[in-house]
Structures are given as C-alpha cells and as structure tokens.
Write a protein that binds this ligand. Sequence first.
Ligand code: C2E
Ligand code: MG
Ligand code: MG
Ligand code: MG
Length: 284
Amino acid sequence: RVKRSGRDGVQFFDVEKRRHREAQAQAVLRVQQALDAGELCLYYQPKLDLVSGALLGAEALLRWRHPQRGLLAPATFLPTVERSGMAAQLGHWVLEQALDQLRRWRAAGLDIELSVNISPRHLAAPAFGPRLAALLARHPDVPPDRLVLELLESSALDDVEQAKRLLADCKRLGLRLAMDDFGTGYATLSVLKQLPLDQLKIDRSFVQTMLVDPQDRALVQGVIALAGQFGCALVAEGVESPAHAQALVALGCHVGQGSGLCDPLPPDELLDWARRRGPSGAIT
Ligand code: C2E
Ligand code: MG
Ligand code: MG
Ligand code: MG
C-alpha cells in the first residue's frame, strides 16, 4: 500500500510537471508571436554626466506593448524566455534593434553610446561571437566602441574560462563591456578581476538606500574604489533624486541613470528629449 501511494505520488508529480512544461512552452510561444507581430520594442534610458548634465549614452530596455495588458516590463516575460531556446534569438534581435537605433541617432547627429543587456544564456549560445561580428559588419557606420554589453555576474559563474574567451572575443570586435548590478551576484572579486571589463554599474539597491543607510553608503564607496583599482568607469543606477546625484558625485561617481534624471523613453523620443534640453541640461 505504501508503495502504491508512492507511485500515485510520482504520477501526480509527473502530471504537474507536464502541465508546467506546457504552460511554459505556451508562454514562450506568446513571446515569439509578439516578436513576429512587432509588439516588442526597446525603450531607452538616458545616461548622464551627473555634474554637467551632458547626455553620455543610453541603456536599451526591452518592453512588450501587449494589446490587452498594456506596456509590460521585462520581468513579466523575460524569465520564461531565458529558460527556453528563444533566449539567443531574442537577444540577437535586441542587438539588431540597438545597432539600428545607434545608426539612426548618428545620422541625426547624436553621437552617444548605447548599452544592451546580454543574458547569460545568450552569451553562452553557440556562435555568439561570430553572429555579433556579422551584425557589426552590417553596420559599418557605427563604431563598435559605441556599443556596451551589460553582463551579469552569473555569466561568469558556470565556466570562467569560457566567459573569459567570449569576452575577449567581444573586446577584439572593439565593443565595451560593463558588469551590471555590480555587487548583487555571486561572482568573487578574483573572478571579476580576470574579466576585461570597462564599466561597473552600481546596483540601484545600494544607491536607493545610500542616503539613509551608512552601510550601503560604504558599499557604494567600496565599489567606487574598486572601479578605480580595476581601471573601470562607473555608472550608478537608480538615481531617483537630486540628493542621490549629489551624494554620488561627492563620493566620486560622475555618471548615472535613474527616474530622477529621466525615465526610459519610447523609441525615437530620446532624440527629441536631447534636442529639447540642449547640449547640457542642468540637474537641479
Ligand atoms: P537592469 O539592466 O539593471 O536595468 C535597470 C532597470 O531599472 C530597468 O528596469 C529600469 O527601467 C529600472 N530603473 C531605471 N531607473 C530607475 C529608478 O530610478 N528607480 C527604479 N526603481 N528603477 C529604475 P526594467 O526596464 O524593468 O528592466 C529590468 C531588467 O530586465 C534589467 O535590469 C535587465 O536585467 C533586464 N532587461 C531589460 N531589457 C533587457 C534586454 O533587452 N535583454 C536582457 N537580456 N535583459 C533585459
Ligand atoms: Mg542593465
Ligand atoms: Mg542594472
Ligand atoms: Mg539593477
């Protein structure tokens, strides 16, 4: 009897697992359809010099203009995609869009850098480097160093040697590399030290609380010192107020993005935004 109930348990588990797999597959299919129907797009959040207010660059952020549910943030659909075989396809599409946007901005006289988030699954996909090289070759009027790949610490965790090879390939193509959400992942400093990083992004969880929490303030200070040691530029995320910007500048971080500066803008609006505020916009 004990055995039988055990078997029923296993059967129940299998049914649940299959249902879950089917729901997953269905969700991925919906994203695929959204991509084919042109419902996915990139929003662009400006990255500013916190002292002069100059526009230095932007980060591309994926959005789904869902016909029923409205504008969806990546957290609602990316995790499913990341667990599926679609991760590389969607990642490649994002890179394509980003390069095209860079080309259009340049044609309109706006020379800024654009950061693109690269998922671990996409980075590790077969032919990541060659496909990227082919994409860059199709955009000869965009200097590769205007494209910044934002990576997560988890990209380096499974296989450090592979990550080093992949990132070295990117550097050979002339791209720049940033570590996103720095300090929230599990990679050790000795691993991070081996990667050819150009930029560290201070995670917004530290920035948000640094005004009230002395420990987070110390953490931000530590990241700033580390970036200096690693020879990396710094970008702070989550700059939600002038007080945040001032505190960051006081500690030595001069570049930031966040809702206090500008929310992510729909495609094509960044150019208007840049023109409206002139060559440098004071942050008050
Ligand atoms: P992330 O790369 O760390 O991007 C910053 C996130 O913080 C964005 O959320 C942005 O909208 C949000 N943000 C900006 N300023 C502020 C602020 O002042 N306060 C607060 N609370 N949040 C702010 P979003 O667009 O929802 O994206 C979430 C994450 O999804 C990104 O985090 C990134 O990891 C991932 N993601 C977004 N687009 C892509 C993509 O095209 N490909 C991949 N692989 N991942 C993406
Ligand atoms: Mg990012
Ligand atoms: Mg980030
Ligand atoms: Mg973050």
